[in-house]
Design a protein around this ligand. Sequence first.
Ligand code: BDP
Length: 721
Amino acid sequence: MNQIKFILLVLACYFPLVSSAQTDYNLWLQYDKIEDSDLKQSYLKSVKGIKVLGNSKTLEASREELSKAYNSFFNQELETADSGDGLLILANIDQLPANLSNSVKPDLENINSEGYIIKSATQDGNKTILITAKTDIGVLYGTFRLIKEMQLHNDISNLAIIDSPKIQKRVLNHWDNLDRTVERGYAGFSIWDWHLLPDLIKPEYTDYARANASIGINGTVLTNVNANSLILTEQYIEKVKALAEVFRPYGIQVYLTARFSAPMESGDVDTADPLNAQVKQWWKDKADEIYAEIPDFGGFLVKANSEGQPGPNNYDRTHVDGANMLAEAVAPHDGIVMWRAFVYSEHDPEDRAKQAYSEFVPFDGQFKKNVLVQVKNGAIDFQPREPFHPIFGAMPNTPLMMEFQITQEYLGFASHLVFLPKLFEETLDEDTYVNGENSTVAKVIDGSLSNKKLTGIAGVANIGTAKNWTGHPFGQSSWYGFGRLAWDPYLDSERIAEEWLKMTFTNEEEFVDPMTDLLIKSREAVVKYMTPLGLHHIMNTNHHYGPGPWVSNLSRPEWNPVYYHKADEEGIGFDRTISGSDALAQYADPIAQQYSSPETTPEKYLLWFHHLPWDYQMDNGETLWHNLATTYQEGVEDVEEMVETWNNMEEYVDEERFKKVSMLLQIQLKEAKWWRNACLSYFQQFSDMELPESVPQPEHDLEYYKSLEFPFAPGIRPSWE
Ligand code: BDP
């Protein structure tokens, strides 16, 4: 090596463009060094010292987080101070001296109990920044906000920020089993180390809580909806308590899934009938027992009479009977019940998309006030695209909780880069018309439409023991974005993408702009190469990995892809109009009317609602077959574009993440082609039409694609009973 090269190498080691401190374990809390000296000077001028009024673990966590960030931004300690210029004051409003609390009085009326105020003020000629709130948790949220302002390189010399969450229960759902496998998890095993709890408290638990608090998530359901009643035993409650203690300072309540048959499994009672006095008493005692250990326990999440889970129907009782019985048990402790509406039955010949509505809508207004009915975003099951669930437009007298899936069960697992906030936003923005025009799903779930007292949103977590939490480094963006939308369901997903990229990687425009574009387009790309034009649920059996449109041999009809696409010589698609299942009638008139004819149905939902001939003429004048094929191809080309964009990003990203994402994108590209080839080969048997010239011929014949098996694909559900 010549001398110049050597010097360059040494320089590169000392002044890399990419901070060597970056690791994806730190998520969006990288706190990269602020290199720009003007910016650094202005921040150091605004924040010279810190004063925390009051005493609590939450305030301590706020101070610690600020110190950590400060140190990392400026390589300098944040000193405690009592007065002077550049003082940062952290305090619950109750702790503030009168002159300061008076200065924020009007703002206080505009925040709720978790909201915060960040204000620059001048006191005796000294500039200060005040972070205050009605609760200590509000102060913590404000602290993360101030840190974020610096992560985003925003000016903090004159702050006047007031913010509050719009939804009350902002919850992650972990589908984690007690043996640490994670149903539909693609990022390793469960982070809850049940065996070693309560004695071993891992630092990951605190980091998990920090990450969630930084985006305002305030609840976590620790266990799988396909529940194990052991979690309700004394032995496990002690373990849950240990986690709750770690999470409490960060404002995170723990919840558990309640297996409906638990009273029987405990051996105490020989029925689980919700109207039986002993059963009621069992749940009351159980609630008392849990609350004695965990006073801020959140409550129960229940999957009942769905996919083999026990429930009130086993005793000829209704979902209302079941939910209200549990609600009574937790009500004295301010607990809630999140009762899932994800129900469908193999014995019901009705279109699966209609069943939950048929079962739940008649119960509108009958649930106790501490029950939230938790509804998946669409009526089938977390597909790459679904129209919003019709229940959101049909139960105005029931608090409805949104359930999104952050883990990518039907979206290529953790090897596909798909920015899900774009999907979430699409659902939240749809108009249900439940109270006339502009009754969006967001307004239904934040309660603003009908003045709901209790509101909630859940995201099925994509978190596991993977070193970077989510497997794919970009899986973190969906966790982040879920939290942001839970806080404010009206946020623009593009803004979320931008801030996540800056906080996680770098503020360089040359990185942020093209990558924002990539994230935003990534959702449509997956729709195109998996389920274009309204197709759905054509993934392979059980594991849902890869294409399986041919699958027709599963015991339950509505588990078979052929049930959903209905391709035959005549055409393709599910007729949900009046001539078919009439699922459309479950939507408000303006939608039902618009979608009743294929000509006026948005193309993205075409085959969701209509069965159409292969030569049906599309808006662009081409046949349905032609557009189906070219859309699959476009999906592949979109991924090619993602690969190209990423290749230009090497200088902005640490080597580890750069390489990992490059390799994952190659997997995604390979699989996008696989989807295109397999689906088009299969559908071509029925269309009997040539592929358009722009679409390459599949590499293999259909038999090859059908023969592929993945017995150990991750996240499999071990048993369906
Ligand atoms: C389906 C999953 C299954 C879950 C179920 C649910 O395939 O593993 O148990 O949803 O949400 O998407 O209950």
